[in-house]
Design a protein around this ligand. Structure first.
Ligand SMILES: [Zn+2]
Length: 73
């Protein structure tokens, strides 16, 4: 299981990618811990790699406690 709690809700990798991207990805890899903390609230940041389209691979970063998110685009 790579489901994690984000802003108080359990999310799957696909749902986490959707939260950051705004659309459901074609595929998503297991959620991992990022190696930095949130710039807004200093809480834990998790990351997920996903494919928003067949030609693109993006890594998204999301704080587990607040609404902060970013991608490596
Ligand atoms: Zn935060």
């Amino acid at each position: 299981m790579s489901n994690r709690v984000v802003e108080g809700r359990m999310v799957t990798p696909e749902r986490l990618a959707e939260l950051v991207e705004g659309e459901r990805p074609l595929e998503a890899e297991p959620i991992e811990d990022a190696d930095h903390s949130c710039p807004e609230c200093d809480e834990n940041v998790i990351s997920v790699g996903y494919m928003p389209s067949v030609t693109e691979f993006v890594t998204a970063y999301k704080c587990q406690e607040c609404s902060w998110s970013d991608t490596d685009r």
